[in-house]
Design a protein around this ligand. Sequence first.
Ligand SMILES: [Zn+2]
Length: 305
Amino acid sequence: MERRMSKFQKFILQPDNQFCADCGLQGPQWVSTNTGVIICDKCYAIHRSMGASVSKLMSLNSNDWTDEDVELMLFIGGNAAANAAYEAFVPKTCKRPMPDSSNQERAKFIRSKYERQEFVKPSMRLASSSRELTLFSKQEDSSALGFVGLIRVHVIKGINLTVRDFMTSDPYVVLTLGNQKAQTCVVRSSLNPIWDEKHLLSVPHATFPLKLVFDRDTFSEDDTMGDVSVDLQPLYAAVKVQEAMGDELGNVQVGKWVATRDNDLSCDSMIFLQNGRLLQDLKLKLKNVECGELEIQIEWVPPID
Ligand SMILES: [Zn+2]
């Protein structure tokens, strides 16, 4: 319990938790424990009006925090992570409240956000249509395990990486997902390294991105060679399709993540079934660096019943 509390204190000090999740006011003092957001006095009043089945409220300084409340807050990850889910699709025409917004503006947004869940990904909205279940409810079967599934990330190869040594580079890849970290071997002196390595990671929530950062091995501090971020929601949506269809699908394409200017894809990423395995091929364009691409394949590994 003590260790959990100190973890919680650290969590409260996260930069994103210093501002109200709904209006951005600094120094929020209220927590909605089932939605995972930390909010200000004014937004608290509106949360309270929606009832405890939508938003279960508690003071940040309350002594009534249970282990489960703390655990769920840590699991969700704070205001930024919660908003990534609850505000995934806020239309441009919708006005986000500011610290000095009127109660009416505030209420309109907050009710759309939590009560009707208008801004979450449609597939997730369906999963939580019952008011008893919020987006992050622990009661939802899969997340009771603390994760929604596993992915096996096959780091295949890098293409045309940037030159950072005098002659060439000794690159490796660091994979992160939530709190987990994995790392490939170093490939000596190559700008087109082939790793061909598989790493298993658990997916805490479909909205958590998989991040891959390139580094090079040197005697001095490692020097980053670019990074990419992979949205796992298209794959998770395909998982839901597969679950709904059972084994009738055969070897077919079940989804696609389209390359746009806002993501790191070099070309459209196909999600397909192959001999009962759900796979996604990705060719990614490194960002924060001049050049380079990365080829990976992700396999969805369902949780064991
Ligand atoms: Zn607020």
